[in-house]
Design a protein around this ligand. Sequence first.
Ligand SMILES: [Zn+2]
Length: 304
Amino acid sequence: MSRDGRSRTRTYAAGAVALLAFATACGDNGGAGGGKAAPAATTPASAAPRPSGAATPTGAAATPGAAPAAADAAAWAKWNLTPLAPAPAPPADKPIKLERTGPVPVFSDVKTSDKVVFITIDDGAEKDPKFVEMLTDLKVPISMFLTRDIVKNDYAYFKPLQALGNHVQNHTVDHPVMSKIPAEKQKSEICDAQSALTQQYGTAPLLFRPPFGDGANTPTLNTSVQQCGPRAIVLWRESMQIHGMQYQSGDKLKPGDIVLAHFRGPKELKGSTMTQMFGELLARIQEQGFSVARLEDYIQAPAS
Ligand SMILES: [Zn+2]
């Protein structure tokens, strides 16, 4: 009713839609949901030969940038994949601009007309060396939302992934349901993870993701995040299951969508490996004509 109330509501309304994310958040049992199963991660789409020197990508539409080099094609072939179209150059004027102080925004996608999506990978349980090899080969950008107590037995695993340009972000100390714990405990969950990740990876996480997406739009969690350093709460529009994508709404990717995946292995993926899951994720993205961009390239950090 009051103006006061209205403005508070407006502050937190931006991500309201993302509450839908709750049901399929990370930490669920994974295998149940998830669209159509696809037998193989390959798509034949852009295999057609083209005259040397021609930069026109074959296959799906909006793909500015050069065609993948032969060396890249070989790297993708090693993983039974055809190269994703390269992402366009990141926008100079960032669609998301973060402030140094005040309430943090909550978002599950990025406003852009670029035909890109963003991959985020959570928790950190599976530490498969093959996945490091895969990303080193493919150079697909990811953002890593790490849970301290899930990664602390091997912080080093994530360093080569970070060295590829991928950012480490905050996903709490031990993955609680945030709305079920008091503000002080929320704060220690976020602040203690923030300091451990900062110390281990040499840079302070800019983004926070609550486990299960829970509590994202509550003033209490927003305040807790503000007290610990991250300057945004990031949710998602799709989550990758073992073979297929689970959509929060609709049944296809949209430009700027944030996709959730997990560091998971055969135990959680019914026998599939992390690299198989990731290959299928890339195939699901590719078959819809999207490429993968780096989330942090679309976000302007606060001026220091
Ligand atoms: Zn999680």
